[in-house]
Write a protein that binds this ligand. Structure first.
Ligand SMILES: Nc1ncnc2c1ncn2[C@@H]1O[C@H](COP(=O)(O)OP(=O)(O)OP(=O)(O)O)[C@@H](O)[C@H]1O
Ligand SMILES: [Mg+2]
Length: 220
């Protein structure tokens, strides 16, 4: 589903990823970890086409990102949902509207939008907060809205960057369980985190980024 072959990425002259080769299978839930500055976010941005590789090949959901045309990027992005820290909720819109916006940009009829948003809010157990503004939600609830927004367009791949960064241990568990459910329904999930507790004991593959490369792969 995601295939890196000797991918190298520079920011100006600084190499961030060098000859990175690994792949994530369809239907897998896997983790990327490594120290701060190792390149975890950069790696996810490459998958999401927010950055382009300088060398090597990267295939995401059947598309070679080096060969993809500018006009095809929105199509790829529809297949890749993101839960990124810098991709925040709009505080002047309700929970419902925050999630619906992800569909409005695709010009979907409003009846379908209503059905899909209602279903996804139910999935993250926030139906009762649909008309609330995000600033009146807890951190864990806000993160569930972010996940709902990523899921509403039914992506084949879900990327999450430190999805439990600001949350306490119990709330983190709820969020991770949500990713497990999403994965169990067939979505490929890739989670970047420096928090080893998130993958310890999960039995899932964990890729360790260090010194610009995948240093090792283990089972969490
Ligand atoms: N847009 C950018 N321009 C220049 N350098 C960047 C840019 N984004 C990241 N970097 C640099 O690339 C390196 C990798 O950054 P990245 O954000 O991918 O690391 P990370 O593993 O996600 O770190 P953290 O755990 O702190 O989130 C860092 O040295 C960072 O300073
Ligand atoms: Mg990061």
């Amino acid at each position: 589903m995601i295939e890196f072959s000797n991918v190298t990425k520079y920011y100006d002259k600084d190499v961030v990823l060098k000859d990175v080769t690994f792949s994530i299978e369809k239907g897998e839930l896997a983790y990327i970890t490594g120290p701060s500055g190792a390149g975890k976010t950069t790696l996810l941005k490459l998958i999401y086409c927010a950055e382009v590789p300088d060398k090597g090949q990267l295939v995401v959901a059947g598309s070679d990102v080096n060969k993809i045309k500018q006009k095809e990027i929105p199509y790829l992005r529809r297949k890749v949902g993101i839960v990124f820290q810098d991709f925040r909720l709009l505080f002047n819109k309700t929970v419902y509207e925050n999630v619906a916006l992800a569909l409005r940009i695709h010009y979907m009829p409003s009846k379908e939008i209503k059905d899909d948003v209602t279903a996804v809010l139910k999935e993250v157990q926030l139906s009762h907060k649909a008309n609330i503004y995000p600033q009146h939600l807890s951190g864990g609830e806000q993160q569930r809205v972010v996940i709902a927004r990523a899921m509403v367009s039914k992506p084949t791949v879900l990327l999450a960057d430190e999805p439990t960064g600001n949350l306490d241990a119990d709330t983190s568990k709820t969020i991770i369980n949500l990713f497990r459910e999403i994965n169990a329904r067939g979505t490929t999930v890739l989670i970047a985190t420096h928090n080893h507790d998130l993958f310890h004991g999960t039995g899932r593959r964990v890729f360790f980024l260090k010194d610009n490369q995948i240093e090792k792969e283990t089972i969490g």
